[in-house]
Design a protein around this ligand. Structure first.
Ligand SMILES: Nc1ncnc2c1ncn2[C@@H]1O[C@H](COP(=O)(O)OP(=O)(O)O)[C@@H](O)[C@H]1O
Ligand SMILES: [Mg+2]
Length: 260
C-alpha cells in the first residue's frame, strides 16, 4: 500500500471517520479494499455532505462492498463501493453492450465499472420515480453509490432468502405489481430479481439494480421471464398458488397504456 494512501486514510479517520479508528476490523477491510481513488471519492462525498461517518460493513459481495453510513442529520445511508481490482468487468461489459442508454464506455476496466455505477444510479432514479419500492438514490461518483438505507437503526432488513414474508400471498402480489410498474413506468427489467435481492421490511423492497436494463434491450424479454420465474419458484415453495411465469409475463407485456 503506497505511503500517501496510508496517510490519506489516517487523515480521513481523524477528520470524519472517527469510528474507523476504533474498529480495527473495519480498518482492515477499508485498507484492504479501497484504492487511493476510492478513498478520495469517499472523501469528496463526505465533503459534499452525502454522508458524514462511515460505520460497519454490511455486506461483502462478489463485486461490491456495502457500508452503513450516517449523514449530519443522523439518517442512515447505504454506501455501495465497487472494487476496482476484483470486479468482473468482462461480465459488466457484456451487460452494458445491450443497454441502448450506454453506447460509449470503452474497454477500460475503470471506465466500465464507473459506467456500471452510473447505470445503477440511473436505474434507481427511474425505479424510484415510478413508485417502485426500491432505495432512493442519493449520489454517485466513480465506483461509489450512495442510497437510502433500507432497514432500521443501521441494521438492514433481512433478505427474503433468510426471512420469508409473513403473508406470502400479499408479498407475491406486491412484488408482481412492482415488476409491472418497473416495466411500464420505469421501462426497466430488474434482471437479477430473486429472494437474494429483495429485503423484507414492513413491505418487500427491491434492491441491487446493477443488472437492471432498459426494456429496449433485446435481452429484456428473456430477463423479465427469468425474474418472474425466480419469484414464482420462491413463492410456490411457500405454498402460494401462482400463475405460470409465462402467464405473468404475457399479462405484463400485454397491458397496453390505454387499459390503464
Ligand atoms: N440500500 C440498502 N440498504 C440497506 N442494506 C442494503 C442496501 N443495499 C444493499 N444492502 C445490503 O447489502 C447486501 C448486498 O447488496 P446488493 O446490492 O445485493 O449487492 P451485491 O451486488 O453484492 O449482491 C444486501 O443483501 C443487503 O443486506
Ligand atoms: Mg445482490
Amino acid at each position: 500500500m503506497p505511503a500517501d494512501f496510508e496517510a490519506l486514510l489516517r487523515r480521513l479517520e481523524r477528520r470524519k471517520l472517527e469510528r474507523l479508528e476504533k474498529d480495527s476490523e473495519l480498518y482492515k477491510i477499508m485498507a484492504g479494499v479501497f484504492d487511493h481513488t476510492t478513498v478520495m471519492t469517499l472523501y469528496y462525498m463526505i465533503h459534499r455532505g452525502v454522508f458524514d461517518a462511515l460505520y460497519g460493513a454490511i455486506s461483502t459481495g462478489k463485486e461490491a462492498n456495502i457500508f452503513c453510513a450516517v449523514d449530519k442529520q443522523g439518517n442512515y445511508v447505504a454506501i455501495k463501493i465497487y472494487r476496482i481490482a476484483t470486479s468482473d468487468f468482462k461480465t459488466m461489459y457484456r451487460y452494458l453492450v445491450g443497454d441502448p442508454r450506454f453506447t460509449s464506455f470503452g474497454r477500460d476496466r475503470r471506465k466500465i465499472i464507473y459506467t456500471w455505477v452510473s447505470r445503477e444510479f440511473k436505474n434507481l432514479q427511474r425505479a424510484h420515480k415510478a413508485g417502485v419500492p426500491a432505495p432512493k438514490p442519493i449520489d454517485f461518483d466513480k465506483n461509489v453509490l450512495a442510497m437510502e438505507f433500507i432497514g432500521e437503526d443501521g441494521i438492514p432488513y433481512p433478505r427474503m432468502k433468510d426471512s420469508p414474508p409473513e403473508d406470502p400471498e400479499a408479498a407475491f402480489e406486491k412484488l408482481i405489481d412492482a415488476v409491472e410498474k418497473l416495466y411500464h413506468d420505469a421501462e426497466l427489467v430488474h434482471s437479477d430479481l430473486s429472494e437474494y435481492n429483495i429485503l423484507v421490511g414492513p413491505e418487500p423492497v427491491l434492491i441491487d439494480f446493477s443488472m437492471a436494463t432498459d426494456i429496449a434491450n433485446p435481452m429484456s424479454d428473456e430477463l423479465l421471464l427469468r425474474d418472474l420465474g425466480n419469484l414464482v419458484n420462491y413463492f410456490r415453495k411457500l405454498g402460494v398458488e401462482t400463475p405460470e411465469p409465462i402467464e405473468l409475463f404475457s399479462e405484463i407485456k400485454g397491458r397496453s397504456d390505454v387499459e390503464r
